[in-house]
Design a binder for this molecule. Sequence first.
Ligand code: G1P
Length: 287
Amino acid sequence: MRAHTAVIPAAGMGTRFLPATKAVPKELLPIIDTPALQLILDEAAGAGIDHVVIVTSHAKPAIEAYFTPAPNVVAKLRSTGRGHLADAIERVGRDLRISFAYQDDPKGLGHAVNCARQLVGDEPFAVMLPDELMGSSDLLAQLVDVCDTTGGSAVGLMQVPPAEVSAYGVVHPAGEVDAEGVVRIQTMVEKPAAADAPSDLIIIGRYVLTPDVFDRLDQVRPGAGGEIQLTDALRMQAADSPFHGVLRPIQRHDTGNPLGWLTAVVDLALDDERFGEAFREWLRSRI
Ligand code: G1P
């Protein structure tokens, strides 16, 4: 069965974006004029996902407010000739079924994913970390395919300089990456010391997982940083089932920190058909 549900963990406090995140959830910070979360939803829809479970916290009511229909705003836009914008606002949450689960206690990524268990059910599902923009739906679509054809979980991979691996989950590949970018994974470890890292291939924020991961998560004890780590449950899967990584060229941005957010905005603005050219000209003169 192909994954058609995606879980988006979005309960974090966004401390790296304070004071903005005191009132606005980090997932709603704009990339130009579109909330980062909307770009993640568009990516999901492009990979064939039709149901999204957002794991949020009761301290972030604005996330749910984003999905509340706004007929007055839409009517106002239509009556003033801004139908294009009205269409965009009506589209929010319409192409995808959106469900909410709550993680009011930040116990880690593995714990967040486990909070979505009832809403996912007994079928493969995607996990999308909303701090990371991937530029297109291609990686997620390929992960859905790999999970479907192998019957095992699959994760997105990226090669980084060895000095950077200790901030991530790091995989131990079982062989060479094939022509499609797929590689079998033997095991993996969360945030290893650089000297202990099994490779320079890190897990990036896109996963397609078989549902047995929930039983494994129930067994995971606090790991790196004292948190329930998703990587620890995935290592259990890899020990007795096929487990693959996908390494492909992508335009990834980590919008979870101010510099990464800024580069994402600049990168997307340069390609924006509305004002990319004007922005490029200004940027040239500025630097
Ligand atoms: C999480 C995962 C880690 C992964 C990373 C990708 O870490 O635990 O395995 O490599 O996302 O961004 P976090 O960024 O939450 O520390």
